[in-house]
Ligand binder design. Structure first.
Ligand code: IMP
Ligand code: MG
Length: 181
């Protein structure tokens, strides 16, 4: 079992989604994706660093063949509020042309990262592009966007764990924790 609350400096966090709940929901997403992509071999593109835990758990629950690739973009730095400025730090390695692409994100907040990635991937002429996000913050998107596979909708509060960081730390927590206000 996970800790119910954790303290980091003067901040307090409380558990929001246990690992058991994460795994069960990821299992449902994997089943849905496996059905939708039956007979296809999609490329799962993990957005570093936050999506690594979701990607590794998700692909092990699939019943279809898949390939993986990674990209790294920055929008936050070590700040808690998006700068809105997105830069590519590590580009795609795979050739996306004519392929089915599933972008795997940890969380969608303003939606600016997803919008940037969608435009960039579409310019590479894939057969299709869809988005998976473990978490989506409610009423946050500053741009209209569609997340095809959402794990959980959450309140607009800062969360850490299971890939999500606080100034690069705490990604290795086994559950999702939300800041207590
Ligand atoms: P967006 O471009 O505003 O949608 O931001 C998405 C990125 O910001 C995510 O991929 C995360 O890396 C980061 N992010 C947004 N909200 C949080 C949070 O509550 N905790 C940790 N990282 C976050
Ligand atoms: Mg991220």
């Amino acid at each position: 079992m996970e800790e119910k609350t954790i303290k980091i400096d003067r901040m307090e966090f409380e558990i929001l989604i246990s690992n058991k709940k994460l795994q069960s929901r990821i299992g449902e997403l994997a089943a849905e994706i496996s059905r939708d992509y039956e007979g296809k071999v999609p490329i799962f593109v993990g957005v570093l660093n936050g999506a690594i835990l979701l990607l590794s758990d998700l692909i092990r629950k699939l019943t279809i063949e898949c390939e993986i690739d990674f990209i790294k973009i920055s929008s936050y730095g070590n700040k808690r509020v998006s700068s809105g400025q997105i830069t590519m730090i590590k580009d795609f390695s795979a050739d996306l042309h004519g392929r089915d692409i599933l972008v795997v994100e940890d969380i969608v907040d303003s939606g600016l990262s997803v919008t940037y990635l969608k435009r960039r991937i579409e310019s590479m002429k894939p057969a299709s592009v869809k988005f998976v996000s473990l978490l989506v913050k409610k009423d946050c998107a500053v741009v209209p966007l569609t997340i095809d596979y959402t794990g959980f909708e959450i309140e607009n509060k800062f969360v850490i764990g299971y890939g999500l960081d606080l100034a690069q730390k705490k990604r290795n927590l086994n559950a999702i924790y939300q800041v207590k206000e």
